[in-house]
Ligand binder design. Structure first.
Ligand SMILES: [Fe+2]
Ligand SMILES: [Fe+2]
Length: 532
């Protein structure tokens, strides 16, 4: 039976004593050029020196602007101003992409410290990782490091410690940063490992703006905090120079983002680390809504006569009762040929359930728009019934792998969510994925993914469905389930589709149907607050 108490548990508090982490990032120190704001640095240093009871100071990288010898020397000279009142006056530095420029990674090791660091006491374990690629803005962690971090986090002696992992580049897209770029290539593998190894907090810099996400697996919350810049003139939107204080007291976290030049306008966010236990559902209980998620059917006229993965999937889906909506999240055709759209439409029409289709990259070659209009009508299709409001969004741009949603479409949809979310379950679908997927290179092809992800997660949208380039992967961000999956392209990965059930009180169960093995397995189990 489902009882409300079974979803959330708060285990014994982890920390015996309180911890206070002071975070600064992206100082971009240089003697020349306009990046470094010495005034902000001096004011900020004076302020962070006065913070009481700091356990540790962390710098999240981009200490220098160009990673040159003169800059490292000048930066070390500037950091002599760091004279904290607190008893543990340590500042740990992480290497950023700017520090690794011009063979600066060698100078970092010689003059600052190791590129990977550890801080550990009886209560807390902090591990810092070099995520840079020399001379390139983007980042990578590497699978061997991901494996070794997993082992470190999973050590039994650390089970009850508060676990923090730091690296310079962002793990997931964050809002108000313009074009999403220079994330780490293996974000999906890293994110999966951090969730499985039950890390508590991730600290990133690099984007020069602060942000906090609560990301949850089926078992536990993980907080991803992005620090703003301390004193670099390259700021974003209305946030200028900031430092942050994170207070950890048991499972309670208090994040403060404090502007260097105007401490009165600080922002404060309180969070608690929640644990969840797998949900048992009474077999007789029926879901209030059921969705099917598929993508990458890649219908080709050459295989028209063969019974392929798409036919197999449609046949299986037709055997599932009471499906509210089948969502095809893009890459319906292989080449955007007219005949392929015709075949795809004929196949989809065999479904006995309602369906909704959005275009993917392979459906966006020249002339595709004409065919799409002819066979499917809307580029941003809407499906609505008495309990569901589901919006499809075309995120593709003609003949390009890059995608885009745009503020106008996004705002129009979130306004609708605001007005109707107390009456209906809200879902949205677009081809480009907003969260990284394991076993694939995270290319962040949706250029406004930072804003789209934030707006989806921070409004009352229950379900976001995207295509997957590899395996199925789902997480909860804030109160929204993000599911990448349903990949029917049986090339490198097994062909699967996803069934999503939403039960009363907001229980969401995601199941993967494997077409190759015939097996069905639960791949996600969450609790979201729904208003209906
Ligand atoms: Fe930076
Ligand atoms: Fe950076």
């Amino acid at each position: 039976m489902i009882s409300e108490k079974s979803f959330k548990i708060n285990p014994k508090d982890k920390l015996e004593s309180k911890k206070r982490l002071v975070i600064i990032s992206d100082t971009h120190i240089t003697r020349s050029g306009g990046a470094f704001n010495l005034h902000a640095f001096n004011v900020g240093m004076e302020k962070i020196n006065k913070i009481k009871d700091a356990s540790l100071y962390l710098h999240l990288g981009d200490i220098t602007q160009m990673g040159t010898l003169l800059e490292y020397e000048y930066a070390l000279e500037q950091f002599k101003k760091f004279e904290p009142l607190s008893k543990s006056p340590k500042m740990i530095f992480l290497i950023g992409n700017h520090d690794a420029m011009n063979v600066g990674y060698l100078l970092f090791e010689e003059m600052v410290g190791t590129r990977h660091y550890t801080y550990e006491d009886d209560d807390i374990y902090i591990y810092g990782i070099d995520s840079t690629k020399p001379d390139l803005p983007g980042g990578i962690i590497h699978h061997s490091i991901i494996d070794s971090v997993r082992k470190k986090l999973e050590k039994p002696k650390r089970e009850n410690k508060f676990k923090v992992v730091c690296f310079h580049h962002q793990l997931i897209p964050i809002p108000n940063t313009g074009k999403e770029r220079s994330a780490i290539d293996d974000s999906g593998d890293m994110l999966k490992m951090l969730l499985e190894a039950k890390a508590d907090l991730v600290l990133n810099g690099h984007r020069h703006i602060s942000n906090l996400y609560t990301v949850s697996s089926s078992e536990k919350d993980l907080f991803i905090f992005n620090a703003g810049t301390f004193c670099c003139n390259k700021t974003r939107y209305r946030e200028l120079f900031t430092y942050s204080i994170i207070d950890i007291d048991g499972n309670n976290l208090n994040f403060k983002v404090i502007p260097v030049l105007d401490s009165n306008s600080q922002r404060e966010i309180l969070r608690k680390v929640n644990y969840y236990i797998p949900l048992q559902i009474d077999k007789k209980q029926k879901p209030i809504a059921r969705f099917i998620q598929i993508s990458n059917s890649l219908v080709s006229e050459r295989f028209e006569s063969n019974f392929n993965n798409f036919d197999k999937a449609l046949e299986k889906i037709n055997k599932i009762d009471e499906v509210d909506l089948v969502v095809h999240a893009g890459n319906l055709t292989k080449n955007s040929f007219k005949e392929e759209f015709q075949i795809a439409k004929d196949k989809l029409n065999q479904l006995k359930h309602p369906y909704l289709v959005v275009p993917g990259y392979t459906d966006s070659k020249p002339l595709a728009w004409e065919y799409w209009k002819h066979y499917f009508g809307e580029f941003d299709p809407l499906y609505e019934n008495d309990k569901i409001y589901f919006q499809g969004m075309n995120s593709t741009t003609l003949d390009s792998k890059e995608g885009f949603i745009g503020r106008k479409k996004l705002n129009k949809f979130t306004e609708k969510v605001l007005s109707l979310s107390h009456q209906k379950i809200f879902g949205v679908c677009c081809f480009h994925n907003l969260i990284p997927t394991p076993l694939s290179v995270w290319r962040t092809e949706l250029i406004d993914s930072g804003d789209v992800l934030s707006q989806f997660a921070r409004s009352q949208i229950d379900l976001v469905l995207n295509s997957s380039p590899s395996i199925s992967f789902n997480i909860k961000i804030e109160n929204t389930i993000f599911s990448n999956g349903g990949n029917l392209e049986g090339k490198y990965f097994e062909e699967v589709f996803i069934e999503i059930e939403i039960y009363k009180k907001g229980l969401v169960v995601l199941k993967e149907h494997n077409l190759r093995t015939g097996l069905i397995k639960v791949i996600g189990n969450y609790y979201i607050s729904i208003l209906i």
